[in-house]
Design a protein around this ligand. Structure first.
Ligand code: ADP
Ligand code: MG
Length: 421
């Protein structure tokens, strides 16, 4: 089918039930259908999956989708199966399958039934899988969460570095679609360079979240009381409070409970059942506040989170953006409050001291940007967007007055006094 013969809106409606494309989706999809190497940079929730799912459903052959998380793959495969009478329309290929299941997956691919094959990078590098796939009709290869390629990203996965070689073995001319929510120019360069797709068509959506209010407060000994006051002022609203350590999570959750706030802890030290329970309580609004380590949030889609508090400053602007980004998904109010003390930066530096030198250097550079962000007296939004390679004028831009620095400009020396606390 040629591009001109396809009515994309009709296909969108048919498969997904949506009547409009979101943001840049339509442009991206046209490029992918036309076999262009494509680079998609969109914030979380921007609708990246559809950018490869719809072309995969339309094109002949099987699209390979590389994704780092089994849970994410499973969700997508289940969702795709629900839109088709053909169970084999989407498959996951991984080590949990038995021999019979693997045979079925391979048969579905060879018979042209499977439009999307999800694989973890580890599975893709397996010799027997490469040998099988190189004889199949592969429409294109999508690399989701492509920032995993870069050491400058927040989620570096060494296996992602081998993808280029593997792709070449599967087929020389397979178009590549890389997708990420990481907007820093450094990570983008890394991705393109590593995949060898320097002439990719790049689509970058804006990372501005105009409904989020950014605020940094100096962290003093009273931080606990300050947080309680804030939460009480926002009673009945849903919020997430991030802490660096599990111990702090437990402590603060307890302090909040003692003060009559419906809060639960969440961290990787709790057993799976308890984590699932606490997450559900949050989603069902049996509780208002989750006090959590960064283990909480990935894939949690609660649209009306009204505040995100950082008890401890995150280790990069990227993490800060991702974590605060969980507020106000529905476009409503989203207050992002972070507490900052330079000694927390020193603490984070110390955590890295056991790591390889190269990693430490990267970690240090990322932290320097966090310091600059916390201590800046310019528009926080302007700072974040500039960090992501985006121009922003807070006099005219959307959400330009939605941060502490713009609302209450500090004098330079006053700003400096604050950070000494
Ligand atoms: P990302 O991977 O960029 O974080 P997803 O692909 O998970 O985003 O999509 C986020 C949400 O947006 C999903 O719930 C998805 O169903 C929805 N979505 C995607 N495209 C559209 C569209 N064209 N119209 C309405 N909703 C959409
Ligand atoms: Mg995604």
């Amino acid at each position: 089918m040629s591009l001109t013969e396809i009515n994309l809106h009709q296909e969108l409606k048919k498969y997904f039930g949506f009547s409009q494309f979101k943001g840049l989706q339509e442009e991206v999809i046209k490029g992918v259908i036309a076999d262009k190497d494509t680079f998609v940079i969109m914030p979380t929730g921007g609708g990246k999956s559809l950018c490869y799912q719809l072309p995969a459903l339309i094109k002949e052959g099987t699209a390979i989708v590389v994704s780092p998380l089994i849970a994410l793959m499973k969700n997508q495969v289940d969702a795709l199966r629900s839109i088709s009478s053909e169970h084999g329309i989407a498959h996951v290929l991984n080590s949990s399958l038995n021999k019979t299941e693997i045979k079925q997956v391979k048969a579905d691919i060879s018979n042209g039934i499977t439009k999307l094959l999800y694989v973890a990078p580890e599975s893709l590098t397996k010799e027997e899988n490469v040998d099988f796939l190189k004889n199949e009709n592969i429409s294109f290869l999508a690399i989701d969460e492509a920032h995993c390629i870069s050491e400058w990203g927040h989620d570096f996965r060494p296996e992602y570095r081998n993808l280029r070689k593997i792709i070449q073995r599967i087929g020389d001319n397979i178009p590549i679609v890389a997708l990420t929510a990481t907007a820093t120019p450094k990570v983008q360069e890394d991705i393109l360079k590593n995949l060898g797709i320097t002439d990719a068509k790049t689509f970058k959506a804006s990372f501005n979240r105009p409904n989020l209010y950014y605020e940094i407060r100096p962290k003093t000994a009273n931080v606990g009381a300050d947080i309680i006051r804030f939460v009480k002022q926002n009673s009945g609203k849903s919020g997430i409070i991030y802490c660096l350590s599990r111990k702090k999570v437990e402590e603060l959750a307890q302090t909040l409970q003692v003060n009559g706030i419906k809060a639960v802890p969440y961290h990787a030290g709790l057993d799976g059942k308890k984590r699932a329970k606490h997450q559900d309580m949050f989603l069902m609004e049996d509780i208002d506040v989750v006090v959590a380590t960064i283990a909480f949030g990935m894939g949690i889609d609660k649209p009306d989170v009204r505040f995100v508090i950082h008890h401890d400053i995150p280790k990069s602007i990227e993490s800060y953006y991702q974590e605060t980004g969980r507020a106000g998904r529905d476009g409503g109010e989203g207050h992002c409050l972070a507490y900052y003390a330079y000694k927390d930066i020193e603490k984070l530096e110390k955590f890295m001291s056991g790591k390889p030198v190269a990693e430490q250097e990267i970690g240090h550079a990322l932290l320097q940007d966090v310091v600059a962000f916390a201590e800046t007296s310019i528009s926080r939004r302007k700072f974040i967007l500039h960090y992501f390679g985006e121009d922003f004028d807070n006099e005219t831009g959307d959400g330009g007055d939605m941060d502490d620095n713009v609302r209450n400009p500090k004098k330079q020396n006053e700003a400096q006094e604050d950070v000494e606390l």
